[in-house]
Write a protein that binds this ligand. Structure first.
Ligand code: NAI
Ligand code: MG
Length: 355
């Protein structure tokens, strides 16, 4: 029996997570997997009931499960709270940290039928298959922060970008291993011309390289990488980078695939792993049956693969998603002429009937 903590969260999380759970149930029935879903509260629901966006009960539930399926956090109501209670800072970051999830895997795959949905030229995005590995528990989001008033009455705010050698080594090794299992090309992204933390990042990656002779390591400054991702994305296989750079580059790379709604993610490194779409709670479309559930459904496939070793089920989900797209079904974010427009629930149903 595999235990899965299910945290839908806010906004479209409440619509897309049930679709992913239903897909997992369909796969479980077909392949005789034994999955147990245990619901937990996070963000707005948790704040209303317990006065905190990540109450101890939810954290315990996650710690005692094998995997966590998360929708997204962030709502207009929660955004009114003081910074230390906002859900990203008070729930998402601590959850990642508490579970020791230092590696965020964000595969960017362009499905052939979606080539027309990308804003880039078809020949630029065809066949794109990039793995972005984002360091998730260090860097700017976790370094010391401060806000103070200066003598002249103005304010000063401070965020700190901190990385230690062991932190870089563990994500670095994962990146080398991932590249070795793929096409053998690893691009380490930093800003070593300006940032000291990036210099340590680069030195560490260079030091690890001889252990992985099959992997071709190169380095790229983050600003150049942003440009190269839209100029010639086909040059990339695996990209490894620090927390903030990875956050930004993966949102950017999502548009190669046509929509942020296509990008799954897995966060690994601890005993429990966390699976969530790369996007947020999309309050602009929440509650309207407009959200694309495929990123969450593909995250569920990653869960079967990485947490439970159920490769057959993972492939079944990925094949069903590819088939749905081949058959012309599109949520509004992917809609192009001549396709069949469907809502969140219908999209989930179309995936399930193809499993
Ligand atoms: P967002 O990712 O929620 O939305 C950006 C744009 O993409 C919006 O126009 C949205 O409608 C669209 N979009 C996102 N997911 C989609 C999907 N599945 N289907 C169709 N369209 C989709 O980012 P935004 O607007 O910056 O943030 C909204 C809220 O989400 C904020 O409160 C933010 O803090 C939170 N957030 C939470 C994250 C998480 O829980 N991991 C990550 C990013 C943002
Ligand atoms: Mg982000």
């Amino acid at each position: 029996m595999h235990q899965i903590a299910v945290l839908a969260g806010d906004g479209i999380g409440r619509e897309i997570v049930p679709e992913a759970v239903a897909v997992l149930e369909t796969v479980a029935a077909k392949y005789h997997y034994s999955l147990e879903f245990r619901t937990g509260l996070v963000s707005e629901d948790a704040y209303e009931k317990y006065g905190h966006p990540l109450p101890p009960a939810t954290l315990e539930l996650c710690r005692n499960s094998e995997a966590v399926l998360l929708g997204a956090v962030g709502s207009p109501k929660m955004d009114q709270l003081p910074p230390e209670l906002r859900p990203e800072r008070a729930a998402l970051l601590p959850l990642r940290k508490e579970l020791g999830l230092f590696a965020n895997l964000r595969p960017v795959k362009v499905y052939d039928p979606l080539i027309g949905a990308s804003t880039l030229k078809p020949e630029a995005v065809q066949g794109i298959n990039i793995l972005i590995l984002r360091e998730l528990t260090g860097g700017l989001y976790f370094g010391p922060k401060k806000r103070e008033r200066l003598a002249d009455g103005s304010e000063q705010a401070l965020d700190t970008l901190v990385y230690s050698t062991p932190e870089i080594e563990r994500i670095g090794r994962l990146a080398f291993s991932a590249a070795r299992a793929r096409r053998g090309k690893l691009v380490s992204v930093d800003k070593a011309n300006v940032l000291e933390s990036s210099r340590l990042w680069r030195e560490t990656m260079v030091r690890l390289a001889p252990e992985y002779p099959e992997v071709d390591l190169s380095h790229m400054y983050v600003d150049n990488c942003a440009m190269q991702l839209v100029r010639w994305p086909g040059q990339f296989d695996v990209i490894v980078t620090e927390n903030t750079f990875g956050d930004i580059l993966s949102d950017q790379a999502s548009m190669l695939a046509g929509s942020l709604g296509m990008l799954p993610s897995a966060s690994l490194g601890g005993k429990v792993a966390l699976y969530e779409p790369s996007h947020g709670s999309a309050p602009d479309i929440a509650g309207k049956d407009l959200a694309n559930p495929l990123a969450t459904i593909l995250s569920a496939a990653m869960m079967l693969r990485h947490s439970f070793g159920l490769e057959e089920g993972a492939r079944a989900i990925e094949a069903a998603v590819a088939q749905v797209l081949d058959d012309g079904f599109r949520t509004p974010d992917l809609m192009t002429e001549g396709m069949t427009r469907v809502g969140t629930q219908a999209m989930g149903r179309e995936v399930r009937i193809r499993i």
